[in-house]
Design a protein around this ligand. Structure first.
Ligand code: HBI
Ligand code: FE
Length: 289
């Protein structure tokens, strides 16, 4: 049975989920009977709040794909979503007890299996939760897995992650994940829109990221994203902007090994003996008020 993963960085607290029920690849069965009426109501309320905020703030591809999650008055059954997702892009979602080790995470993505935490936050955590829960993963990540370009990008990210793990460069690649899949912005004719799951699943950051004058918003380059450390417990100070999902796919097609070699000289890595020993940043609290 899978062991509880080491959760890095600030969140030294034990992981939330029950990892004793996970298989060796950290996947488990979605324990649908375990959901209470409060859980279903929390999902319904979160979905309603976020859906009301999407117009003018979420990218068109996300808005078009969101109905593919199906009914939102109760927590969806993963097999019901998979019945639509597999034919669309060959992806499936698999239940996990929570955050899992990086290599296991990358291997699932490379196999077009997206790990979705199967528990939901308590009502008291409605606006803020430390670890990604089912709402962050389902609402934030899964709709864009129905988009063929983003679906291919996420699989290639997983393949790149396996390679980065071998090179001790997970921290650098994690920054690219952070500033695209989690907190990426896209420029549309009507203005800036969010495509990052961490933004799309957050009540406060969805408005902040596209409307606040405070953050920097810069064109995405792989090098600049990999040079940019990120904050895991507050809104981003910098958002990276793409012009299209195709542009994101095309600009990340290259071999990152030379870039890893160049960036491993950064002060935060050189100081404590090199990139491999860098403590990977804690996978984010994805939802802030
Ligand atoms: N595990 N279940 C889960 N979900 C994530 O988003 C996740 C993870 N483990 C590691 C991780 N993300 C990040 O470190 C990635 O950058 C690899
Ligand atoms: Fe996420």
């Amino acid at each position: 049975m899978g062991q509880a993963p080491v959760v890095y960085g600030q969140s030294e607290r034990p992981p939330r989920g029950d990892y004793s029920r996970a298989a060796g690849d950290y996947t488990c069965a979605q324990d649908y009977a375990a959901y209470t009426e409060t859980d279903h109501d929390t999902y319904r309320r979160l979905h309603a709040r976020q859906s009301a905020l999407l117009p003018g703030r979420a990218c068109a591809e996300f808005i078009a794909a969101l109905p593919s999650l199906g009914a939102h008055d109760r927590i969806p059954r993963f097999e019901d979503i998979n019945a639509r997702l597999m034919p669309a892009t060959g992806w499936q979602i698999v239940a996990v007890p929570g955050l899992i080790p990086e290599l296991a995470f990358f291997e699932l993505l490379a196999a077009r299996r997206f790990p979705v935490t199967d528990w939901i936050r308590t009502p008291a955590e409605f606006d803020y939760i430390v670890e990604p829960d089912i709402f962050h993963d389902l609402f934030g990540h899964v709709p864009l897995l129905f988009n063929p370009v983003l679906a291919d990008y996420v699989q290639r990210y997983g393949q790149g992650g396996i390679k980065a793990h071998g090179l001790g460069a997970c921290e650098l690649l994690a920054r690219l994940y952070w500033y695209t899949i989690e907190f990426g912005l896209i420029r549309e004719a009507g203005g800036l829109r969010a495509y990052g799951a961490g933004i799309l699943s957050s009540g406060g950051e969805l408005v902040h990221s596209v409307e606040s004058p405070l953050p920097q918003r810069v064109p995405l380059t792989v090098e600049r994203a990999m040079r940019s450390r990120y904050k895991i417990d507050s809104y981003q100070q910098t958002y990276f902007v793409i012009d299209s999902l195709q542009q994101l796919f095309d600009m990340t097609a290259g071999d990152f090994a030379p870039l890893y070699a160049q960036l491993r000289e950064l002060p935060e890595f050189a100081a404590d003996g090199g990139l491999a020993s860098a403590t990977p940043a804690a996978p984010a609290p994805r939802n802030r008020a």
